[in-house]
Design a protein around this ligand. Structure first.
Ligand SMILES: Nc1ncnc2c1ncn2[C@@H]1O[C@H](COP(=O)(O)OP(=O)(O)OP(=O)(O)O)[C@@H](O)[C@H]1O
Length: 351
């Protein structure tokens, strides 16, 4: 997918003024509340008209204020998944799913109904009314209805914001699976950097109606580390826990991580903040932290008033943060050897 955009739109004191070109299949639009993310979505989809500018998607001009081009939403073939799915209350799940499909020109119908139902695991819901579906089921039906309208681009407008953590990760898997199965690129909109890192390859960072940066989510996470109260979040997918004395030990990077959460799942995603890793120059005699990892400094970076330290711990990678004075005292430089101490309780299970 290749998108060229130049857009201007003003409402009262707010003005959106964006110009960008972006290529890829998993694009993110990241920014705080009120920065203009949803306005961008509605301008791209043709739900609102810009004051001026142009939009071209894969070489096709959808909007051009100079050329007098303004393709209506149905011709743009851009599907939107909203924070809350607007399902038709008087229709069954199946009728809701088929709504967009029936309106889509036969030549554009590349998404097969049965395959979609399987990808989203909604076969058992088809004859149900939408009234008593759970939040996660509703969202799956909403995704299904949008995907079945056979869009060439999906705009995912904060589709996870109304869901609790557990459900969020289920829906992430369904969104990724549907986009991959039917080869539909997406633009994922969110104020969550964590979601950006899980869902996207390239991110447009938006601030006050402007594109502040275009980067990978990883680059953004590192650049925000020193300014963020939660630091840099290490994401660790761990599996096959062993239960020992009320804690779990997961194989990781050729060693083991001891985590105090005892889960029932064979595999889970954990987060660990860069703030929760203590670096030591020498092996201590004894330490209360249950994890003491021998590491090599793979890289360092500056972020705000902190130094980020990328650690290679066997085959595993972690990012820790220290103040510059600590970096000097520890002699931190690429290739230096350190110990990383992490409490078993510092890991938080995300799914
Ligand atoms: N139709 C409108 N009329 C007047 N102001 C509007 C209109 N639509 C949006 N705005 C204003 O434009 C700004 C950007 O709104 P927008 O909904 O695009 O932000 P957002 O980044 O999506 O925020 P959030 O994450 O909270 O949904 C806000 O200040 C909003 O109040």
């Amino acid at each position: 997918m290749e998108l060229h955009v130049t857009l201007n739109k003003s409402f009262g004191t707010f003005s959106l003024d964006m110009a960008f070109t972006v290529q890829g299949e998993r694009i993110g639009v990241f920014g705080p509340s009120g920065c203009g993310k949803s306005t961008l979505v509605s301008l791209l989809a043709g739900l609102q008209q810009p004051d001026s500018g142009s939009i071209s998607l894969d070489g096709e001009v959808l909007y051009d204020s100079h050329g007098g081009i303004n393709a209506p939403p149905e011709q743009r073939r851009i599907g939107i998944v909203f924070q809350r799915p607007y399902l038709f209350p008087h229709m069954s799940v199946k009728a809701n799913l088929l709504y967009g499909f029936k309106r889509c020109a036969a030549a554009n119908r590349t998404v097969d109904f049965d395959s979609l139902v399987e990808v989203l695991q909604i076969g058992h819901l088809l004859s149900r009314s939408v009234h008593n579906l759970s939040g996660g089921e509703k969202q799956r039906v909403g995704i299904g209805r949008t995907v079945l309208s056979n869009p060439r681009l999906l705009l995912l407008d904060e589709p996870l914001s109304a869901l609790d953590d557990n459900l969020k990760f289920q829906i992430i898997d369904y969104l990724k699976a549907a986009s991959a199965a039917f080869r539909i690129p997406y633009i994922f909109i969110s104020h969550s950097l964590l979601e950006m890192r899980i869902m996207t390859d390239r991110v447009l960072a938006v601030s006050a109606g402007r594109i502040a940066a275009q980067a990978t989510a990883e680059e953004l996470a590192r650049s925000q580390m020193g300014r963020s109260p939660i630091g840099y979040i290490n994401l660790l997918r761990l599996d096959k826990p062993r239960r020992i004395n009320g804690v779990s030990a997961y194989a990781w990077g050729g060693t083991e991580l001891v985590i105090s959460t005892v889960g029932d799942r064979p595999e889970a995603l954990f987060e660990l903040s860069s703030k929760d890793i203590i670096l030591l120059k020498q092996h201590p005699d004894a330490i209360s932290a249950r994890n003491l990892l021998e590491c090599i400094v793979a890289d360092t970076f500056h972020s705000g008033n902190k130094v980020g330290v990328e650690l290679a711990c066997g085959d595993g990678k972690l990012v820790a943060e220290v103040v510059p004075e600590a970096a000097r005292e520890l002699g931190i430089a690429r290739g230096s050897r350190l110990f990383a101490a992490i409490k078993a309780s510092a890991f938080r299970r995300l799914e």
